[in-house]
Design a binder for this molecule. Structure first.
Ligand SMILES: [Zn+2]
Length: 409
């Protein structure tokens, strides 16, 4: 498990919180990013990132930081921003403002091993003229793609869209993905089959569902990165590193559950997890099973504890919990609209390894029990998979919409 010590180091350094002001020594535009370099380790968890509109700006308030001198952050230019400003906003708060004209799912990060730095990816698009904010003309683009089973509650919004020109406002209630990147991780793969029930393998099931989720998300205007799209094995830390490297907004790992034969007729239903230590025995059991691949040959239990603790200290837990709730709700709503007796296993937390190290809202969905005879049959049905996929996509969409609203407040 080569990547683990690296991850460990990264996280340990991250938890070294320093209270005295950090000095922002340098701000530079490099490789499509605005890179901030401090004189010492800076806890990126303290940075407040929000958007301002009219015109659209990405704003970063960095508390406990001072500009080294008045030349830091001056004369920064990029063809991907209307302007880049770095200023001493308050005596100990540095503010960075990127005027981009529109949102682009900006996910800043601290590069691995470079714990004094903070990188803010600039938009993937170039800006043309000042304030050439894209005005969409096609009405249909703003409506949720028409799908079977939605028509009932779509009527009112459809007429609204048809007559009112200011659809942008309305679309906030159910906005499109705006090109934001979502990482979908189909669990297991290759020699790691995951759970097996009735001769069916978890790795195959979750890949089928992941591909459907990809289609559902793309339909909604998101970009999707799949950690795997074939039957191959990926080490667990690789999966979340992919999410970090790609600048994704959300990381969703898809799995299926299983219990021993004696309980196979009892355990069923959908469960969504986010990372947190737990005393709940059932969550621990599920985590132990899913973690088995990475624990094999991993580093000492002490470093494992350090990693988990560091992640727990991060602010992403609250966000991951919110994401988990939205996704769980939407999966159940979609499944129950078409199937009877779908059990709600709820939103829970567990120390899943696949979620460790993901510095963005990250969840793990157990779509059902491959050990349960009826549920297994359903799980391998395209129609059932499609409802799960739709639910996951809707949950992500709703979570991001709510988050956008919070930022605007
Ligand atoms: Zn699994």
């Amino acid at each position: 498990m080569k990547p683990l010590p690296l991850l460990w180091l990264f996280l340990v350094l991250g938890t070294v919180l320093l209270n005295a002001s950090a000095i922002l020594e340098k701000a530079e535009v490099k490789k499509g990013e605005l890179r901030l370099h401090f004189n010492k380790a800076y806890n990126k968890g303290k940075i407040r990132h929000f958007a301002l509109k009219h015109p659209y700006r990405e704003v970063f308030d960095i508390p406990g930081a001072k500009l080294k001198n008045s030349t830091v952050g001056k004369h920064l230019h990029s063809s991907h921003c209307y302007s880049i400003r770095v200023s001493q906003y308050k005596p100990t708060t540095v503010r960075v403002v990127l005027e981009t004209g529109k949102g682009y799912g900006c996910m800043p990060y601290r590069p691995i091993l470079s714990y004094k730095s903070y990188h803010i990816p600039l938009p993937p698009f170039k800006v043309k003229k000042r304030h050439s904010v894209r005005v969409k003309t096609s009405h249909t683009k703003h409506t949720v793609p028409k799908r079977k089973g939605r028509t009932k509650h779509k009527h009112t919004t459809h007429t609204k869209h048809a007559v009112k020109p200011h659809i942008m406002k309305h679309s906030k209630a159910y906005p499109r993905g705006k090109g934001e990147l979502i990482v979908i991780d189909a669990g297991h793969g290759g020699h790691d089959t995951g759970a097996i029930g009735g001769g069916k393998r978890e790795k195959d099931l979750v890949l089928q569902i992941a591909k459907r989720v990809e289609r559902q998300l793309k339909k909604r205007g998101f970009r999707v990165y799949m950690t795997r799209r074939t039957d191959r094995f990926l080490k667990l830390p690789q999966r979340t590193h992919i999410a970090d490297r790609k600048g994704a907004r959300v990381f969703v790992s898809i799995h299926a559950n299983s219990v021993p034969k004696s309980k196979r007729n009892k355990a069923q239903g959908v469960e969504t997890f986010y990372l947190q230590k737990t005393r709940d025995a059932k969550s621990q059991r599920i985590a132990a099973r899913e973690n088995a691949a990475v624990l094999k040959g991993a580093s000492s239990s002490l470093s494992k504890k350090v990693i988990i603790d560091s992640v727990l200290a991060g602010p992403k837990i609250v966000e991951s919990n919110k994401l988990a709730i939205d996704v769980q709700r939407r999966i159940l709503a979609n499944l129950r609209a078409h199937y009877k007796g779908v059990r709600d296993g709820g939103v829970r937390h567990a120390p899943f390894w696949v979620l460790v190290g993901a510095s963005r809202p990250s969840i793990l969905v157990e779509v059902g029990y491959i050990s349960h005879p009826r549920e297994r049959k359903r799980l391998f049905t395209p129609a059932y998979q499609e409802q799960i996929a739709k639910g996951i996509a809707e949950g992500i969409q709703r979570y991001l919409a709510n988050r956008e609203r919070e930022i605007e407040l």
